[in-house]
Design a protein around this ligand. Structure first.
Ligand code: ATP
Length: 252
């Protein structure tokens, strides 16, 4: 589904990605592993459209993503859950979810005034909302609350829910467990596995590499802007280099 071909990205003179290539197949969870500064977030931003490529190309099925801005990649089927969640704290939970479906509205070229009526009637928006509430029942209870007043775990659920509102085929997640208690981390990762089982394709950056590999199908290790190791999740969990550098002693 996603193909990254020899992508190089630079911030001024500093090269952050050097000829990075990877694929994510339909229905897979693929995880990116690497130390701070390895280039994982830059890669996700390059895919979602946040930063221009110096060279290389990115494809989502037959669509060339390279050079497209974020709002266009969302319309092509990418859902992005950025690092630090970036929810709209002063807006209600419902308004945050509504914002997530805006790309569906923009596709129909509606004016802002026509939007609310369209939103309420649109079957895909309703079914996306039902999906979000089924996955995160707590959000239904918090619907009119300011998003900024939610707990860290609830905010992460909202960030994922907001991304699901655009009917994505593929979800990009940047460290969804950041700042969450271990039980919540497990809950969020279990949920990602469930979404994959329901047909969503996922590219995941996760600081808890062991937990990520336990739900992933495949993974890539990044070091200083390059892919250095790739394999199935099982292969990476058993790879001595990966175990020593990224998995600690927790892996049996
Ligand atoms: P982390 O886990 O800390 O987020 P990462 O693997 O996601 O790390 P990136 O954030 O992609 O790594 O950073 C890759 C390199 O690019 C680092 O050397 C970083 O300092 C640099 N970098 C990232 N963003 C910028 C920026 N906006 N301007 C300049 N350099 C940047």
């Amino acid at each position: 589904m996603l193909k990254v071909e020899k992508v190089t990205v630079a911030y001024g003179r500093a090269t952050a990605l050097r000829e990075v290539s990877l694929v994510v197949n339909d229905g897979e969870i693929v995880t990116l592993i690497g130390a701070n500064g390895a280039g994982k977030t830059t890669l996700l931003n390059a895919v979602s459209g946040g930063i221009p490529l110096k060279s290389g190309a990115i494809w989502l099925d037959a669509h060339k993503l390279s050079g497209l801005p974020l709002h266009k990649t969302v319309r092509l089927g990418l859902g992005y859950v950025p690092e630090g969640r970036q929810i709209f704290g002063a807006m209600s939970v419902m308004d945050n979810l509504t914002m997530g479906s805006y790309s569906l509205c923009a596709q129909n070229r509606l004016s802002a005034l026509g939007y609310i009526g369209w939103f309420i009637r649109r079957p895909s928006v309703q079914s996306n909302l039902e999906l979000v509430f089924r996955l995160f029942p707590i959000l239904r209870e918090r619907l009119n609350q300011h998003a900024g007043s939610l707990s860290g775990g609830e905010q992460q659920m909202l960030a994922i829910g907001r991304a699901l509102m655009s009917s994505p085929r593929m979800l990009l997640l940047d460290e969804p467990s950041l700042g969450l208690a271990p039980t919540l981390v497990r809950e969020i990762l279990k949920l990602l596995a469930r979404l994959r089982d329901e047909g969503l394709t996922i590219l995941l950056i996760e600081q808890d590499a062991t937990a990520a590999l336990k739900i992933a199908d495949r993974g890539y290790v990044m070091e200083r802007g390059r892919i250095t190791i790739e394999g199935t999740a099982r292969e990476l969990l058993g790879d001595d280099r990966v175990r020593q550098a990224y998995l600690g002693k927790a892996v049996a």
